[in-house]
Design a protein around this ligand. Structure first.
Ligand code: ARG
Length: 233
């Protein structure tokens, strides 16, 4: 494909951070599946490439570093578009609306942030949810604890090391549908939008293709299909 800068010939190399179900997660056979994975397959197909996924810490993704050093061509990680991140990478048009949500153990009395005085709330390293929790910690008197991924975060909650877990609403919505130990105490109107991203200034043709795929999928019904396939919102 002309005008494309690729990390590996013939491949669309995608950086993500697992697990982030339903956007990217390993199925029971170990294959990486999810909403973002299906989307990147559409982009790869359009370019005559095959997708290959690199699972890597979120810090390297959100800092723009992985894209900059050519570890991957595109980041697809349920990543929120923020002003800070826009300075270090080029985002696609938005493809998903998100708000923060607070997961608690079922049957616990936590309803609002005010109920967490003297308690602990966990979040994922480098995430908008962690930042949101940190920004509210002093006001409500809770402590924030950082975890590497959604698995360690929910395990910490399950084992009472923390009393609340802050993360993106679609993630906790899918989890509570499957795991009755947990419930969503409250949601916050953080008004986030996810975008896919490429290296800053370096891959305009790839970015244009990602945008075309998003825009046309909204019109031709393929977005709606993927949404129904993966979301339980
Ligand atoms: N939307 C949040 C953010 O951008 C969380 C993304 C986490 N993604 C992941 N694949 N673990 O900060």
């Amino acid at each position: 494909a002309d005008g494309l800068k690729l990390a590996a010939a013939g491949k669309l190399t995608v950086c993500t951070h697992l697990p982030f179900k339903p956007f990217q997660v390993r199925d029971t056979k170990g294959a990486i599946v999810g909403f973002d994975v299906d989307y990147m397959d559409l982009v790869a197909k359009k370019l005559g490439l095959t997708q290959t996924i690199v699972d890597t810490p979120f810090e390297g993704i959100k800092s723009g570093q992985d894209l900059k050093i050519g570890k991957c061509d595109v980041a697809a990680a349920g990543m929120t578009i923020t002003k800070t991140r826009q300075q270090v990478m080029d985002f696609s048009v938005p493809y998903f609306d998100n708000t923060q949500s607070l997961l608690v153990k079922a049957g616990q009395p936590y309803k609002t942030l005010a109920d967490f005085k003297g308690k602990k709330i966990g979040g994922e390293v480098g995430n908008t949810g962690l930042k949101f929790a940190q920004n509210n910690a002093a006001k409500y008197g809770f402590t924030v604890v950082e975890y590497q991924d959604t698995t360690t975060l929910q395990q910490a909650l399950a084992t009472n090391q923390i009393q609340g877990a802050m993360d993106d609403l679609p993630i906790w919505t899918v989890l509570v549908a499957e795991d009755k130990r947990f419930t969503i105490a409250t949601k916050f109107a953080t008004n986030e939008q996810y975008g896919y991203s490429v290296a800053k200034g370096a891959n305009p043709k790839l970015l244009a293709t990602v945008n075309e795929v998003i825009t046309s999928s909204l019109k031709d019904g393929s977005y709606a299909k993927l949404y129904t396939k993966w979301m339980q919102l």
